[in-house]
Design a protein around this ligand. Structure first.
Ligand SMILES: [Zn+2]
Ligand SMILES: [Zn+2]
Length: 149
C-alpha cells in the first residue's frame, strides 16, 4: 500500500526538477499501475494541489512520467476491494462492494453506453459515483512502466 515503503529519490531528478518533484517521482515509481492526483496529495500532504499540478506538468514535459486514462478493470478492482463494515439500508446487494443498498444503478461496464457498450453491472450509488470519479482522473505512471494501453 501507499506510504509503506521508503520513497526512493533519484539524484538526477532532484537536480533537474527539485527535491519536491523527486519525492513525487519516487512515489509514482512505487505504483506500476499508476496513481491519481488525489492519492499523491494524500500521501504527500506537505505539497499543495497547485504546486503538485505544476510539478506534474514539468515531469510530463520532461517525459519522466506519463498520464494515462484509468483502466476500467483496475477501477473495478479498487472498488471491489472496499471492505465496508456497516450494514447498509435496503434489500439489494451491490455486485461490486457487496453492500446492502436500497438503490442499484445499471451502469455500463466496461464500455460506456455513449461508446456503444451493451454490458451493464448493477452497482450501488456509492460505487457508481466513485467509478465515474476515478475513471475521469488522469493516472500518472513512471516512464519505467510506460507502455501503450
Ligand atoms: Zn457498491
Ligand atoms: Zn455509470
Amino acid at each position: 500500500m501507499l506510504g509503506d515503503l521508503p520513497i526512493e529519490i533519484e539524484p538526477e531528478i532532484a537536480t533537474q526538477y527539485g527535491v519536491r518533484a523527486a519525492v513525487v517521482v519516487g512515489l509514482i515509481l512505487q505504483e506500476p499501475e499508476g496513481i491519481d492526483k488525489s492519492s499523491i496529495l494524500r500521501s504527500l500532504p506537505f505539497i499543495s494541489r497547485p504546486s503538485l499540478g505544476s510539478v506534474l506538468n514539468r515531469l510530463l514535459d520532461g517525459a519522466v512520467i506519463f498520464a494515462h486514462r484509468a483502466n476500467p478493470f483496475i477501477v473495478q478492482q479498487i472498488l471491489k476491494s472496499k471492505a465496508l463494515s456497516t450494514t447498509g439500508y435496503g434489500r439489494l446487494t451491490c455486485s461490486w462492494c457487496d453492500c446492502q443498498t436500497l438503490v442499484l444503478s445499471n451502469h455500463h461496464f466496461p464500455v460506456p453506453a455513449k461508446e456503444g457498450g451493451m454490458d451493464t453491472v448493477e452497482i450501488c450509488s456509492n460505487c457508481h459515483t466513485e467509478y465515474h470519479y476515478l475513471i475521469n482522473q488522469p493516472i500518472y505512471r513512471h516512464s519505467r512502466y510506460h507502455h501503450a494501453d
